[in-house]
Write a protein that binds this ligand. Sequence first.
Ligand code: C5P
Length: 291
Amino acid sequence: MPNTAQIFSSPAKLNLFLEVKGRRDDGFHELETVMVRTNFCDQIQVSVDSHSDVRLTVTGDPELAVRVPTDESNLILRAATAFRNATGLDTGWDIQLAKLIPMEAGLAGGSSNAATILLALNQLASRPLMKNQLHELAASLGSDINFFVEDCEAAVCTGRGEQVASFSPAATFYFVVARPAAGNATPAVFGQLQPMSDRVSSENVVAALKAGSFGQLENSIFNRLTEPASQLNAEMADLLLQMESVCGRPAAMSGSGSTCFVCCKNQADADAMLCKVQVLNPAFAMVVRTA
Ligand code: C5P
């Protein structure tokens, strides 16, 4: 195998819709969620090396980089090990992660990193695994990884989140995302969820994306985990309300939080909304778009 170094983008997602349809016997929850890929990315450099280990170094935002585990709990290393086990390849890989996507943010940075490594190693090894085999590995590693393996702009994800039905939005959608200093631990948020009687469908969000309709989208965004997450993270609950107030439009939480977002008409509208949100002094705020 040639000694190459290649850089792969590892994008963050946003959940524009998330409904929990029930608790499963395996402890996970049955979901219906609409995810979009964004242009906000970590960068991962992968090179083949003469040793036969997988080595990971982390750079990027220093405050984030120090918090990324580099032991076997790291999803990148688990993905690389799963890939080696599935292919029988003992190639050595040097992996450098430039970390920019915050953790415990509902943006699936770690899941995206794992998917990017599966796709990257498969590409560098001349594609020994088919897409369905990569999906099997992804599902064995977590619930959000399949969305990124599918490599699509948008999808309705069901099951644990690992069943991905992709579709193409008719336009580019812009968002202002912001989060407080404290993140949310996904298991804790699911653990706080109370039984519910009503159910919301993702069809309005999907229709809005397919129609390219900002107005329809901003009135359809929904996340069932908002209430339990707000109980655990009062600062986030405040930020959500304040974003709605200063932007004059609905705000929602992505995944299990703590990132919140508002939908924007275009780049100019997003820039204007970012200024309003920055006045709230969140720990993190930026404009992202579907990509
Ligand atoms: O699969 P993943 O590692 O992303 O899930 C993290 C945790 O989130 C799980 O251990 C579980 O507590 C919770 N979860 C859930 N139902 C899902 C996805 C995640 O209860 N569909």
